[in-house]
Design a protein around this ligand. Structure first.
Ligand code: PLP
Length: 364
């Protein structure tokens, strides 16, 4: 057996541990998981749809997500063939790398950002050009400059994870004008539903004007279906046809398809959740301000905090008390952590323990 060189040097993505596993490991019966940007809400409106699929589990799901495609295309006002569905939007990132890169090409990413772009590119032997963030925001000028003849895809998470900031419509329009038409711009809009509407890019409109954009969105965040794994791309019919060539034929299971249909039909749930999270986000901002802790205003369901001190120790302290946040030192952001905005009681548990840690640290 020969393991490819590029894989030997690569570390697998380490997701946050499931709540059940942590409870067992730590011997705690309450765990507040604020580490993976999931929704804290149970989407009860999808239960019926899931149950009705149970009697068909012996059959493959629809390979083309027919009914979901029809519904979503009409909601987004795009052609049905412009949509590609994935086992989470991660799946679309993998498809794009498989379909549009080779070992002689490179991708351009901001650094640090969502890790999957780089991990998947490197796993495929594709070079990665990283462009540092500038004051928590994308340095689009530097990204455009770093593009060369071998660049196949530029990845942009908008809003970004872990920064939580977003690129405005006009900034994106200008950036796109600098990018040659044969280079793909991958706009990962996993947190789209949380972003403010006013100056957020109208990416579908931009897609109509240009042939080199892939937009991805997910049901994992605002729609609260992370456990079912379903996301999608909106792109041109040509790119969609190409992505489908590398797509695993039954990549979206029948529960995920049925739940997503029920989820798309229920606008009220999304509105309620987003407004709750925004309110709680403000609660956390107020606490950080009062504690003189620097945070970055976020267009998502998480907050990046510049703790300016050892986050490993802080995370260990919180973990022992059942509160899980994401230490970002392994992302190259020393002294930073990311906290997902949860239910008020979860946020309050984080705040109480965070305060008690600060008290020990500041006053001994
Ligand atoms: C920016 C970004 N893109 C994509 C994803 C993956 O989402 P999905 O669950 O749809 O694979 C995440 C998940 O955290 C994310 O933060």
């Amino acid at each position: 057996m020969v393991i490819r060189n590029n894989l030997e040097r690569l570390k697998a993505y380490k997701p946050g541990k499931p709540i059940e596993e942590l409870k067992r490991e730590l011997g705690l019966d309450k765990i507040y998981k604020l580490a993976s940007n999931e929704s804290p809400f149970y989407p009860s409106h999808i239960k019926k749809a899931i149950i009705s699929e149970l009697s068909s589990v012996n059959r493959y799901p629809q390979g083309d997500c027919f009914y979901l495609r029809k519904l979503l295309a009409s909601k987004l006002k795009v052609k049905r063939e412009q949509l590609v569905f994935g086992n989470g939007s991660d799946d679309i990132i993998i498809m794009a790398i498989r379909a549009f890169t080779g070992t002689s090409s490179n991708i351009v990413v901001a650094s640090p950002t969502f890790l999957i772009y780089e991990l998947q590119a490197r796993a495929s032997g594709v070079n990665v050009k990283r462009v540092p963030f500038n004051n928590y925001r994308y340095n689009l000028k530097a990204m455009a400059k770093s593009i060369d003849k071998k660049t196949a895809i530029v990845f942009i998470a908008n809003p970004d994870n872990p920064h939580g900031t977003y690129i405005h419509h006009n900034e994106l329009v200008h950036f796109l004008s600098l990018i040659p038409g044969d280079i793909l711009v991958f706009l990962d809009e996993a947190y789209y539903e949380f972003a403010p509407r006013r100056d957020f890019p109208q990416s579908i409109k931009l897609l109509k004007e240009r042939g080199n954009i892939i937009i991805t969105r997910t049901f994992s965040k605002a729609y609260a279906l992370a456990g079912l794994r379903i996301g999608y791309a909106i792109t041109t019919s040509l790119i969609s046809e190409t992505l489908n060539k590398v797509r695993e034929p039954f990549n979206v299971n029948r529960f995920a398809q049925a739940a997503a249909i029920a989820a798309v039909k229920d606008n009220k749930f999304i509105r309620k959740c987003v407004s709750y999270i925004n309110k709680e986000k403000k609660f956390l901002y107020r606490i950080f301000t009062r504690l003189d802790v620097e945070y970055v205003e976020s267009a998502t369901n998480f907050i990046l905090v510049n703790f300016k001190s050892d986050t490993r120790e802080l995370c260990r302290y919180l973990l022992k008390r059942g509160v899980i946040i994401r230490d970002l030192s392994s992302w190259g952001l020393n002294g930073f952590f990311r906290v997902t905005v949860g239910l008020h009681k979860e946020n309050a548990a984080f705040v109480d323990n965070f305060k008690s840690y600060l008290k020990i640290q500041r006053h001994g």
